[in-house]
Design a binder for this molecule. Structure first.
Ligand code: ZN
Length: 293
């Protein structure tokens, strides 16, 4: 039996097939150009495999995940104009005739992280996964289920208290200007210094500002959901940044609630090659298949 994974990103689609144990058999990257062309390549990749049983798709958004909506399976009001109102699930299902699970890119990753932690002791029952890169998003998993009914939580767009040294920066979010994403995403870092985050040394004081904002995100996650763990992934995340975030978080929380050992509570993603979404998608595809059978 083979399972498929589509990590549909704004710049590339990562398509993979794997076995029942979620071991990757083949993985390809396809550029995100326009829907017909990208999906044609994506579908051709999967057509090589006769024993493909189900596919898990985790996509950039906004997407419609409400099963009662006639737009279920669509990428909806994305700023990427060519992809607005694209019936991604419908097109994949029609061409490959297999069950398709459907969720946001961050949920796919969050599920992969959750699965990866299931073998650990003590068992991790819940987590909030933040991705910090081109945008900021969060996926929340509680006992194997996602949080959100009318849509997915949008923790990347919460309002945060401005850092005293950052008062003049207006933020880059086209909807809210200085929300979390507007202040702490990759483009927000680049807007301040003119260089990308990965080329800025860890001694630069910008990271004090960024970690101040991300610590507030961890604070909101803690106070709202009381998860077992908070995980940071995505292009900007690294162990030293998580250490800075943890330090700020500790000051903000001020021991108000018990979170256990801080270095076990806020962690950086440990799944190699940014593989959390692929792992999550395989598992979600299998879950979908089992539900149908
Ligand atoms: Zn925003």
């Amino acid at each position: 039996m083979l399972l498929g994974s589509v990590e549909a990103g704004g710049t590339k689609f990562i398509c993979a097939v794997g076995n029942e144990k979620y071991q990757i058999k083949e993985k390809v990257q396809i550029l995100t150009t326009e829907p017909k062309e990208t999906l044609k390549q994506c579908i051709n990749f999967f057509k090589q495999y006769d024993d493909l049983q189900a596919i898990g798709v985790a996509s950039f958004g906004p997407i419609e995940t409400n099963l009662a909506s006639e737009k279920y399976g669509f990428i909806t009001t994305t700023p990427k104009k060519l992809w607005q109102n694209t019936n991604l699930v419908g097109m994949i299902q029609k061409s490959l005739s297999v069950p398709v699970s459907w969720t946001t890119d961050v949920n796919g990753s969050a599920y992969g992280e959750w699965l990866n932690l299931q073998e650990k002791s003590p068992r991790v029952s819940s987590l909030v996964y933040y991705t910090v890169g081109t945008g900021i998003g969060a996926g929340i998993v509680y006992d194997g289920n996602f949080v959100g009914s009318q849509g997915n939580p949008e923790l990347g767009h919460i309002y945060v208290k401005k850092h005293p040294s950052d008062m003049n920066f207006t933020g880059v979010c086209p909807y809210h200007h200085d929300c979390l994403e507007g202040l702490a995403s990759g483009p927000a870092i680049k807007a301040r210094l003119g260089i990308a985050g990965e080329n800025i040394s860890k001694e630069n004081k910008i990271w004090q500002i960024i970690s101040y904002y991300l610590a507030q995100a961890a604070m909101v996650a803690t106070l709202s959901f009381r998860p077992s763990k908070i995980i940071f992934g995505g292009g900007v995340s690294s162990q030293w940044l998580v250490d800075l975030i943890s330090k700020e978080f500790s000051l903000l929380l001020n021991n108000y609630v018990e979170i256990g050992n801080l270095s076990d509570y806020i962690i950086v993603s440990h799944i190699p090659d940014n593989g959390s979404a692929t792992l999550g998608n395989f598992a979600l595809a299998k879950k979908k298949l089992i539900r149908i059978i």
